[in-house]
Design a protein around this ligand. Structure first.
Ligand code: XMP
Length: 539
């Protein structure tokens, strides 16, 4: 698949060439590479560096040296990791990485590996050091400059550095770490045992900034919004005068990817919005209002509710539901693509975390297969345009806001591709049940937004047990109605989640509104299961 296309010498072609130049310049901005030794905070390090204004990418610790050199990073950061430096198969640190001449900051395992490689004394300790610790700075050196002599920090290690390598200065210690920070300014090598990237290290950001600005000389001028020009130029370069199609789901990722593409190639893009009838109340309308009415993006909205419900009739098993919906979605999308003369390019809202998880980064984690349900399979015959591949979710939101996407879409909570169908649990999806669930969900969202809690929650929604009824009493009459379950969680990435402690008065308002406003509902329950052991969705 060609990565570039010939640029014609038309006025548009000249503009495209200028845009390409801009992209090249944008690519010349400072970059820091975070080498991942398997630590749980590695992604967070990259995010924090970006928040400091320096573009950072996460690469596996064994990335070939040529690749590191090719990228000409301003600095390297070695992440933490779960292994002991003495464990069989512990990821080794190649000395060449310390001799590139660019500053290197080792964090936790990264510092231990550096110390070991250069002749320091590192040993396993009887007692580990986990959680908040007190750091005593004996000599701030360059790295800890302008931070107090006593400060708190977050530790998570068992191996400990007892002596700094020759030529290094030990800068700080804690109760369990005789050497908790080191530097050799001449060789531009630095190490800290604690985690500057977590909020429990109050001077963490300051230390990262010192490393990036004062030591590595980074310009600190990167922002998520600064990728807009670069991505627009890249899309133009890639697409040329080809036709592009985008499956718009109403989520922030596909919305931002679509808008960037529209900015790049205008009407060469057509968005397809498949309304499968399993969306939340009003959401389909909001997508149409934003894209078709406000941004004037060419958009085909397919009202496919009837055909999805027909296919879902009698289906009760969760995986079967997902499969049916996934297949039907692809069928509808393919029909539309054909009507459009089968555009050559497909826009997808793939995020940096997806790239990392599918092996572009550490290769350590595997995405759950269900994440693709309601999306498109890999083997469709399109060339992919993925303008968000380098961005984290919160950065995508920033880009969306910068592009003028309405707040409602920018901050929309994640919503599964199969929609409300997997929230009608243990039974068939029918129009009546969808209406009950949609109404209950609307009341919950309404109250959560009014209480100002919407953005604090990763997800909040309702679940409707399909075949469960309970007895109640309303106005002296016996009722026999549906039970609605409230599910609200906080999370950073959906891999783990905690049930949200919603205020009691909010819960009371929600329950009473649901029972008063939805005739078929007479009981409301709250799900207080975290993930693990539960999953976020019930099916
Ligand atoms: P679970 O339920 O596994 O969900 O904790 C984790 C995250 O994935 C979303 N989810 C899906 N997204 N298609 C999707 O596009 C699906 O079939 C699907 N199932 C779950 C879920 O909402 C949560 O954010």
């Amino acid at each position: 698949m060609p990565d570039t296309v010939a640029i014609p010498r038309s006025p548009e072609g000249a503009e495209r060439a200028r845009a390409t130049d801009r992209a090249e310049r944008a690519r010349a901005t400072d970059e820091v590479l975070v080498l991942d030794f398997g630590g749980q905070y590695s992604q967070l390090i990259a995010r924090r560096v970006r928040e400091c204004g320096v573009f950072a990418e996460l690469l596996p610790h064994h990335v070939p040296l040529e690749e590191v050199n090719r990228r000409r990073p301003r600095a390297l950061i070695l992440s933490g990791g779960p292994a002991s430096v003495y464990a069989d198969g512990a990821p080794g640190l190649r000395r060449e990485l310390l001799e590139l001449g660019v500053p290197v900051l080792g964090i936790c395992y990264g510092m231990q590996a550096m110390a070991l490689e250069l002749g320091g004394r590192v040993e396993g300790a009887e007692v580990g050091e986990f959680g908040r610790s007190r750091l005593s700075v004996s000599d701030p050196g360059r790295l800890l400059r302008d931070t107090p002599p006593e400060q708190s920090c977050w530790m998570s290690h068992r191996d400990t550095v007892y002596e700094a390598p020759p030529g290094f200065t030990a800068l700080a210690s804690s109760s369990e770490s005789p050497v908790a920070a080191i530097e050799n300014d001449r060789r531009r090598l630095y190490g800290i045992q604690f985690h500057p990237e977590v909020v429990h290290t109050p001077y963490g950001t300051k230390i990262l900034e010192t490393f990036l600005r004062d030591i590595a000389g980074c310009a600190m001028d990167w922002s998520a919004a600064s990728v807009i020009d670069e991505q627009v130029a890249r899309i133009r370069e890639r697409v040329g005068d080809g036709r592009v199609i985008c499956g718009l789901s109403g989520g922030v990722d596909s919305s931002v990817a679509a808008l960037l593409t529209y900015r790049a190639v205008g009407d060469q893009l057509t968005c397809v919005f498949v309304d499968h009838g399993l969306m939340r109340k009003n959401e389909a309308g909001q997508v149409l209002a934003a894209f078709r009415d406000r941004f004037k993006v060419p958009l085909i909205a397919v009202d496919a509710e009837a055909r999805f419900l027909r296919r879902l009739a009698g289906v009760t098993e969760p995986e079967r539901k997902r499969k049916v919906i996934g297949e039907e979605f692809i069928r509808v999308f393919e029909e539309q693509a054909e009507r459009l003369g089968n555009p050559r390019f497909l826009v997808q809202g793939t995020l940096y975390s997806d790239v990392i998880e599918s092996g572009g980064g550490t290769g350590a984690a595997t995405i759950k297969s269900h994440h693709n349900v309601g999306g498109l399979p890999d083997d469709l015959e399109f060339e992919l345009v993925e303008p968000l591949r380098t961005l984290f979710k919160d950065e995508v939101r920033q880009v969306g806001a910068e592009l003028g996407l309405p707040d409602r879409l920018v901050w929309r909570q994640p919503f599964p591709g199969p929609g409300l169908a997997i929230r009608i649990v243990g039974g068939e999806v029918t129009r009546e049940r969808l209406e009950i669930l949609r109404e209950a969900d609307h009341i919950l969202q309404d109250e959560i937004r009014s209480a100002g809690l919407y953005r604090e929650l990763w997800q909040s929604f309702c679940v409707l047990p399909a075949d469960l009824r309970s007895v109640g009493v309303q106005g002296d009459e016996r009722t026999y109605g549906y039970v609605v379950v409230i599910r609200a969680v906080t999370s950073d990435d959906a891999m783990t989640a905690d049930w949200a402690r919603l205020p009691y008065d909010l819960l009371e308002r929600v329950a009473s509104r649901m029972i008063n406003e939805i005739a078929q509902v007479n009981r409301v329950a709250l799900d207080i299961t975290s993930k693990p052991p539960g999953t976020i969705e019930w099916e």
